[in-house]
Design a protein around this ligand. Structure first.
Ligand SMILES: [Zn+2]
Length: 184
């Protein structure tokens, strides 16, 4: 059994996932370690077992933290979080892209003093970024979908729910996506 197989879905003490995108998953080794340290409760198991000389334990598929973790009120200003705020879409042409196809665009270009901040940076596809160049929008003849804001954690969590993971164990379903139709 590899390190990456049989991950555990990690829930906060309120039984909501710690994060949706990327989905909060721990390796089975970390999950079992946390069980023995009594930091988590086992909610559901895989059928698979691991053995040590003294005991046999089923691999947990869903675990919940015993102590509630307050999620940060201010999300980190990272590439990933900017793309997540913008739902992985170019804010100029509205196209959907993968993270590695998106770039940052500074509304007020850096060369005239624009800062790299939540409110001056938007996700843009390469061609829109090139088209806009080092100009203000009004000189580039382009429109912005909406002015960027600093998101809170709840907003990013909500956006993350739009991106179901590739792999879903059946035991995770009860804890995810009430409002999204799941495909197996
Ligand atoms: Zn674009």
């Amino acid at each position: 059994m590899g390190t990456l197989g049989n991950p555990a879905l990690v829930l906060n003490a309120d039984f909501r996932p710690l994060s949706y995108y990327p989905l909060s998953l721990w390796s089975w080794q970390d999950a079992i370690k946390a069980v023995f340290l009594e930091r988590v409760s086992i909610i559901e198991n895989y059928d698979k077992e691991v053995h040590s000389p003294s005991l046999t334990i089923k691999i947990p598929s869903v675990i919940a933290l015993k102590d509630y973790i307050t999620l940060w009120r201010s999300p980190a200003f990272t590439r990933f979080n900017v793309f997540l705020r913008d739902n992985f879409s170019c804010q100029y042409c509205h196209g959907k892209f993968l993270a590695n196809e998106l770039t940052f665009d500074h509304l007020i270009p850096k060369c005239i003093g624009g800062k790299t901040t939540w409110t001056n940076v938007v996700s843009a596809c390469t061609s829109c970024n090139v088209k806009k160049g080092r100009r203000l929008l009004k000189y580039a003849n382009m429109n912005l979908e909406k002015f960027p804001v600093k998101p809170n954690s709840e907003r990013l969590q909500q956006n993350g729910r739009n991106f179901p993971p590739n792999y879903l164990h059946e035991s995770w379903r009860d804890y995810l996506y009430w409002d999204i139709e799941l495909e197996n």
